[in-house]
Write a protein that binds this ligand. Structure first.
Ligand code: A2P
Length: 271
């Protein structure tokens, strides 16, 4: 495993195991993406509702790296799911990104209409406007409902996973069904960086707590999407391949679960 390692999705496409997340990156998005691409990231995770697809597109263009060497994810927002606007929303995202396809298109939240939206996304995939399709914030029950009504298994489920939030039921279901897991807020939006047990492991390897958490997720075969707008942290968050956590250390990390979310609960949200 190294920073160029990719995971194979069910549709045979390959996805880099580390992405820069840009939720709440605001006006710093373009520079953060440029810094990430320079540091070696080849996977950027945005969404229509983040309001920064333009900045991501500008940075990709300005980087000079060929489009096909970068994996771009964006997401279909809830209002467009409810309104049945899937195709129109994707075309708007593509225009903002200045791209003619995205590598991965996700249903952002399981709101009413998600099955119909997913069926439309299957068509967009056939047309080549998106290379792979998947979901985000789906728990096991949402996935079971989706799988019973669609033709293609989601390539990915992107959910909140960090030391304090490990929805084992959903994680197990995805791994059993070969749905690749992506962790959003892998650092618990910063809240997991000061856990004493993680600091002890970090001291042993002369790494930061952020690096220990990201490495733990990768060793659990979970793709990570750390967000940062600081160059040094962006570089730090991909520097994960000169050490390996032992089985005992993995168990210590697994045992930190408190089912404590930093973000909304997919079964109870109001947006
Ligand atoms: P910033 O963007 O100011 O660097 P998550 O990815 O779990 O949502 O966490 C993101 C939060 O953690 C952001 O507040 C980000 O701040 C901070 N962060 C990201 N990487 C690091 C790091 N290596 N060390 C400390 N804080 C970090």
């Amino acid at each position: 495993m190294n920073q160029n390692t990719k995971v194979k999705l069910c549709c045979c496409q390959k996805m880099p195991i580390i992405a820069l997340g840009v939720w709440q990156s605001g006006k710093d998005t373009k520079q953060a993406v440029l810094d990430a691409l320079k540091a070696g990231y080849r996977h950027i995770d945005t969404a229509a509702c983040y309001g920064n697809e333009e900045a991501v597109g500008e940075a990709v263009k300005e980087s000079g790296i060929p489009r096909e060497d970068i994996f771009i994810t964006t997401k279909l927002w809830n209002d467009d799911i409810r309104a049945g606007n899937t195709r129109k929303a994707l075309l708007t995202s593509l225009q903002k990104l200045q791209m003619d396809y995205v590598d991965l298109y996700l249903i952002h939240w399981p709101v009413e209409g998600y099955v119909e939206a997913y069926l439309e996304m299957e068509k967009l995939k056939e047309e080549g406007l998106v290379k792979s399709i998947g979901v985000s914030n789906f728990r096991k029950s949402h996935l079971q409902n989706l799988l019973s009504q669609v033709h293609k298994i989601p390539a990915v489920n992107q959910i909140e996973i960090n030391p304090q939030m490990q929805d084992e039921e959903t994680i197990q279901f995805c791994q059993d069904n070969k749905i690749v897991l992506e962790a959003w807020s892998p650092l618990g939006s910063g809240a997991c960086l000061h856990i004493p047990g993680i600091q002890m492991i970090a001291d042993k390897y002369h790494k930061s707590t952020a690096q220990i958490i990201l490495r733990w997720l990768l060793q659990r075969h979970i793709v990570v999407l750390p967000k940062s707008v600081h160059k040094e942290r962006i570089e730090e968050n991909i520097d994960l391949f000169d050490f390996e956590l032992t089985k005992e250390e993995m168990e210590i990390m697994n045992a930190l679960n408190q089912n404590k979310r930093t973000g909304p609960d997919p079964d109870h949200f109001d947006f």
